[in-house]
Write a protein that binds this ligand. Sequence first.
Ligand code: S3P
Length: 176
Amino acid sequence: MIVLIGFMGAGKTTVGRALADRLGLPFVDTDQIIEQAAGLTIAEIFEGYGEPGFRELEARVVTDRLAGPDAVLALGGGAITTETVRRALTGHQVVLLDISLADTLRRIGGDPGRPMLHRPDLAEIFAARAGLYREIASVRLPVAGRSEVDLVESITTWLDDPAALPLDPEPPEAPE
Ligand code: S3P
């Protein structure tokens, strides 16, 4: 399974869809499956059941899909905060699309459909996840200034030859 992880706005869905097309694999956006399963939008799930309710549903959907047929899977940015998800990712090809918080806010800042974006402790959430993403990722791709086509190209190069791309191509960005 090829799994895309990373903070909100990194392009997991757009890059994932293009990558799946390129590889001839199905594309699965786990947020979409969650919404279909619940019959509610992500924002409505957060409103009705809070973040813990959302995470429970998310963990079930993600672990179920990880055990399913081969695909390109895009996970919601916070999925890796759940331990069962992190454990289930072991052995899969996990690609981190790495974005800075400033770029996330520039790309999707006001989006009402993403409740976590509006948390007052967003900077702390971002910082707490940064280490987790890197711990779990098989490869890390900074997305700043790179097109979707370019990112897909890098991922396929890495899939063909994992030694062709370094795991950590540049030192972590300074906190913003
Ligand atoms: C979340 C990210 C969202 C979605 C939910 C929670 C998060 O997915 O799963 O709103 O906690 O970062 P995207 O990363 O696709 O925006």
